[in-house]
Design a protein around this ligand. Structure first.
Ligand code: PLP
Length: 413
C-alpha cells in the first residue's frame, strides 16, 4: 500500500463547497432546490453533470462528496450510487444489455446475481453462460457474437477462487473491444484491488461491507471509465436509483478509516486461517493467501492485502445436531449474513446446499463448510473460541468423526 493512497484516502472528495468549512461534508436533506430565477434553473440544468445540485434524485452535496472520493480512489470517471450492493450490480447490467444478448458470468458468482441472471435476464431473452472462474485467457473461446458483457467476481463467493482479471480483460478485448467488462469488487472494497487500473470498464461493490464497516448501512456503488460513464449514470438515473444523504455521509465517514481496519482484518484473518489449517479436523481453508484457494498466486500478484473473510471445510459432514452444537455456542462468532463490519461472524453451508453453485473446474469437498468473518476482536480470543468449538465436537458422544467420507446426499434439508 503506497503512502500516497493512504494519504489520498483522508482528503478524497473534500471540497469547500461540500464541507462548508468543516472537515466532513454537510448533510443536505433536500428533494427540491428552489430556483431564484429562470436563468438559475437553466444554468444548473446545464451543469448537473458537474455536480450542480438540481433535484434530490440526482444527489446533493453529501452524495457528491462521497461520489468524488470513490471516483478518485478507484481511478474512474465517475461513481453512481445505489441503495444496495445488489442494485449496484443489476442496474449496470441492465444499463448495457438488451434482448438477444449473452452475458458471461463465473460459476461461483454471488448467489443473488445468479438468480437475477436465471430469472430476470432469462425473461428478457438474455442468455447467461456460466464459466470456470479459473479460466483466464481461455475465456475468449466462450465469446459469442451476442456476448455483450463479461462479468467477474474475485475472489468469488464461498470457495473464493481468484480470477486472473488482467488476462481475462486482455483476452475479451482482443476478441471484441466493445464487450463491457464488469467486476464485483466488494472483497477488495475498492482498496485492495483497483480493477480499472487493470483495464476493467466498470467496478461495482457493496458499500454495505467494509466501506461503511459497521453493519448498519445498505449501499452500493459502481465506478466506470470515461467510455461507459454517461450511459451507466444516465440509465441508472432513469431507473430511479438514488441514495439518501445520511447513507452517503456514513459511507464517507467509514471510508476514512478503511485502511487501518483492513490492515487488522488482514493480519487477524490470516492468523486464524493458518491456525485452522493446522487443525486435524479441517480439510481445506479457502483463504486467498493460502494454497487451498485456487488462484492464490494471482491474489499475491494483484492484491495489496486480504480482508477478514474466508471459508473453511471440515473433514466431517456434521449432523444437524453436531452442527448446532458447534456453531450455536461460540462466544465471539455470531451467525448472520453479510460481513465487513467490526464483528466476527460465522455461517455454515452443507456441501449439498452449495451444489447449485459448484461448477466445472470448481473445488471438491464433502465436509461441512463454514464461512467466517474475522472482526476487530483480539485474535487470541477468537482462536480460543474456535478451539472450544472443536473441543465440543471432540467430546460429543453422538457420532465419531468420519474423516472425509462423502455423506453429502444422505442428509435432507
Ligand atoms: C454482500 C455482497 C453483495 C450485495 O450487497 P448488498 O449491499 O447486501 O446488496 C454483492 N456481492 C458480494 C460479493 C457481496 O458479498
Amino acid at each position: 500500500m503506497s503512502e500516497k493512497f493512504r494519504t489520498k484516502l483522508i482528503t478524497a472528495g473534500r471540497k469547500d463547497r461540500y464541507t462548508q468549512g468543516g472537515v466532513s461534508p454537510v448533510i443536505q436533506r433536500a428533494s427540491s432546490l428552489l430556483f431564484p430565477t429562470l436563468k438559475d434553473k437553466a444554468f444548473r440544468g446545464k451543469n448537473a453533470k458537474n455536480k450542480e445540485f438540481i433535484y434530490g434524485r440526482r444527489g446533493g452535496l453529501t452524495q457528491f462528496a462521497f461520489q468524488d472520493a470513490m471516483t478518485e480512489l478507484e481511478n474512474s470517471a465517475g461513481c453512481a450510487l445505489y441503495p444496495s450492493g445488489v442494485a449496484a450490480i443489476t442496474t449496470p447490467i441492465l444499463a448495457f444489455i438488451k434482448s438477444g444478448d449473452n452475458i458471461l458470468v463465473p460459476g461461483n458468482v454471488y448467489e443473488p446475481v445468479r438468480s437475477f441472471c436465471d430469472t430476470i435476464l432469462t425473461r428478457m431473452n438474455v442468455s447467461t453462460t456460466y464459466y470456470d472462474p479459473s479460466i483466464g485467457s481461455d475465456i475468449s473461446a466462450l465469446i459469442q457474437p451476442e456476448t455483450t458483457i463479461v462479468y467477474m467476481e474475485s475472489p468469488g463467493s464461498i470457495t473464493m477462487e481468484v480470477q486472473d482479471v488482467p488476462a481475462i480483460v486482455k483476452a475479451v478485448k482482443g476478441v471484441n473491444p466493445n464487450i463491457v467488462t464488469m467486476i464485483d469488487n466488494t472483497y477488495a472494497a475498492g482498496v485492495l484491488f483497483r480493477p480499472l487500473d487493470h483495464g476493467v470498464d466498470i467496478s461495482m461493490q457493496s458499500g454495505t461491507k467494509y466501506v461503511t464497516g459497521h453493519s448498519d448501512i445498505l449501499l452500493g456503488m459502481a465506478m466506470s471509465n470515461e467510455k461507459h460513464w454517461h450511459q451507466l449514470f444516465e440509465y441508472s438515473y432513469l431507473m430511479g436509483q438514488t441514495v439518501d444523504p445520511d447513507t452517503a455521509y456514513m459511507a464517507l465517514r467509514g471510508l476514512r478509516t478503511i485502511l487501518i481496519r483492513l490492515d487488522y482484518h488482514h493480519d487477524a484473518g490470516l492468523k486464524v486461517a493458518n491456525w485452522l489449517k493446522s487443525r486435524s479436523e479441517v480439510d481445506k481453508v479457502f483463504h486467498p493467501m493460502l494454497d487451498d484457494c485456487k488462484g492464490s498466486d494471482i491474489f499475491k500478484r494483484d492484491f495489496s492485502g486480504a480482508n477478514g473473510l474466508f471459508s473453511f471445510v471440515l473433514k466431517e459432514h456434521l449432523t444437524p445436531e453436531r452442527a448446532a452444537e458447534f456453531i450455536e455456542n461460540f462466544d465471539h462468532f455470531a451467525m448472520a449474513y453479510s460481513w465487513g463490519g467490526y464483528e466476527s461472524l460465522m455461517l455454515m453451508n452443507q456441501p449439498e446446499e452449495l451444489e447449485k453453485f459448484r461448477h466445472e473446474g470448481g473445488v471438491d469437498f464433502n465436509g461441512s463448510l463454514f464461512r467466517i468473518h474475522i472482526g476487530l476482536e483480539d485474535v487470541d480470543d477468537l482462536i480460543a473460541d474456535l478451539e472450544k468449538g472443536f473441543d465440543r465436537l471432540g467430546s460429543s458422544t453422538s457420532k465419531p468423526s468420519t474423516q472425509g467420507e462423502s455423506k453429502s446426499h444422505e442428509t435432507s434439508l
